[in-house]
Design a protein around this ligand. Sequence first.
Ligand SMILES: *Cc1c(COP(=O)(O)O)cnc(C)c1O
Length: 387
Amino acid sequence: MPIPFIDLQAQRARLGQPLEDAILKVVRSGAYIMGPEIAEFERQMSDYGQAPFVLSCGSGTEALVLPLMAWEIGPGDAVFCPSFTFAATAEAMPLVGASPVFVDILPDTYNLDPAKLDAAIVAVKAEGKLTPRAVIAVDLFGQPADYPAIAAVAAKHGLKLIADSAQGFGCTLNGQHPIHWADVTTTSFFPAKPLGCYGDGGAVLCKDERLHDLLVSLRVHGQAVKSDLVGRTFDHDPKYLNLRIGMNSRMDTIQAAVLLQKLTIFDDEIAARNVVADRYAQGLSDVVAVPKVIDGGVSVWAQYTIETQDRDGLAAHLKSQDIPSAVYYPIPIHKQDVYSVYPAPGGLPVTEAKSKVVMSLPMHPYLTPDHQDQVIAAIRAYVKRNG
Ligand SMILES: *Cc1c(COP(=O)(O)O)cnc(C)c1O
């Protein structure tokens, strides 16, 4: 039996009957859209994520698009983001007509380099073609970006800051969630993310009530919301008053029911992922480059990513022993044809070098010591044999 890369079935077995009952309850209730589980989940996410306001939405991609829409970021605007990330981070900008501007990463954590961010903003301002509006930092592979430094750069230039925590929801830096520094945190509940549902889903966390209200409106076709109605009366249902161009980005009630169950074990799973990560580090740090977490950071380990100059050889060797591995990400976003038209001031040498050597190993809270020892032994044997 191959070792699973991510084991969602072990998690499902642990959650057991209550999970299936929660899904069936929604099926029987008929409240498939915006049922009571949605509000309850948003409330619990708010507690968990230490953000006063939480909006559930259709996906992690839409979670990025919604705040850009709320801030009216569009044609002629620049939003700065890393290129060493999943495409959705950069895709949000063209979706609203804006331009991503790609910024290089730090070589040890793979997250946005604050000094290069500052230089890129200065370069875009000097060129004068695009108007800088926002920064999207990514918590790649589960660990927090350098928010104190990034937030200072964003503030200096008067830019909004989004934490794309699709891979990192639950991570902390000096005990704080990214929302402590960011205007908005977004996340994804795609099944393979650390906090995933049984389909697509996402969330936008924020601290500003008016922004949250706008997001509520944009999620459902720009419909009138609380703050729009203050002091106004209508002779029809304001639900059908569409005050802005929005979209449909509701999360299904069934997904909220699943997530409410998963939240009950999420802290325990984060602890288990950290045990796995520590064990990998002990078993591998003398033969390959193991991940480094930012000082004061706690990662949720969406991926456990090592570096090796002989990636293809090692991957083939692991595969021959039924051990899966993956490469995130083999092509940086700025190197993809459709994104190559957007600026990457000064070039992205670190991103390009890292994309050639990174390799992710099986990582999930239910990885047994036995399976983990097999992975460690296989890597050690390969490195020993091939120098
Ligand atoms: C998965 C992911 C997204 C997009 O989430 P979806 O729910 O799949 O739309 C955005 N950003 C990052 C960094 C991701 O890993």
